[in-house]
Design a protein around this ligand. Sequence first.
Ligand SMILES: N[C@@H](CCC[C@H](N)C(=O)O)C(=O)O
Length: 329
Amino acid sequence: MKLELVKCHGSGNDFFIIDEMSNQYELTDEKRAELARAFCDRSTDLGADGILYVLHSDQVDARMRVFNADGSEASMCGNGLRCVARYVCEKLSIEEATIETMKANLHVQNQPDIFEDIPTYLVEISPVSFELTDLPLHLEQESLVNGKIPTLSEELEFTALSVPNPHLVAIVEKEQIGSNLQKEISEYVNGTNELFPDGVNVSFVKPLKKGHIYVRTFERGVGFTNACGTAMSASSLVTCLNGINDKETPIEVYNNGGKVRCVVHEQEGKQSIDLIGNASYLYSCTVDVDVENPHTFTVQDSNEFVDEIMQYAKLQKHASEFLNESMNA
Ligand SMILES: N[C@@H](CCC[C@H](N)C(=O)O)C(=O)O
């Protein structure tokens, strides 16, 4: 069978979009998971952090399903939703839309460019919960805000929250960013363990200056990625809870793939986050794949988005210069 792919990224967190809204591919969930494992494999001609399936929605403009590189399905993906937002808005010639995701219908909107000539979208990150049963995290308490988990670390304080995919966030010093600690903790909580039976996305956050943070994330189902949109949103919220940043005020979030902007909202005790950043295309192609054995495929008619790639490199340079200066200040 032939599948049309668009390779896209949000802050270097890269995905394939497969449009099941306009094409009758008739994929089963088993096939979607197998395609994710096959196409995301970086030792092939493709390679990515996940696949974003765009489907018809009975309720709103479109539906997004996210499959991680290991074939597991995630309830949400912030960087991916920005790419799907662009794809759907351009396809329907609209400026804003509502996208159905596993746990919520979310508002998305085209925005002024975050950096010169960078297609930019705002996506709603919601619902937020601090209840441990929502992650799940098995501890004898209802929530964990700046609390210790001695099995993981004697020193670090963690906050656990779902947005609605599960996140474990620690505010750390510069030395801890570069250490092996995050890898060890992340591999433990994403292996067979009694704390997080479904695994968790693990973020280390380094405040840079007021309104500016750096976030590095080990993603469930993937490993370290350049950036994770839901993690940057969850981390921004955690810095507001700690008085490091302010709600209703933009927070510039630097990552290994660039930067985004987050605005934390709270209304009637309920939090949500606006995640604003690039929705960039890298190339489109056709993949001829044997669906019975998806690891056998050939990539055809590949077309690069050369101007977008060049423009994004400028944003990346700007972000990494700022990050280097701030880390060494
Ligand atoms: N990179 C994504 C999150 C993708 C899902 C995550 N790995 C999970 O399993 O929860 C983002 O930008 O939010």
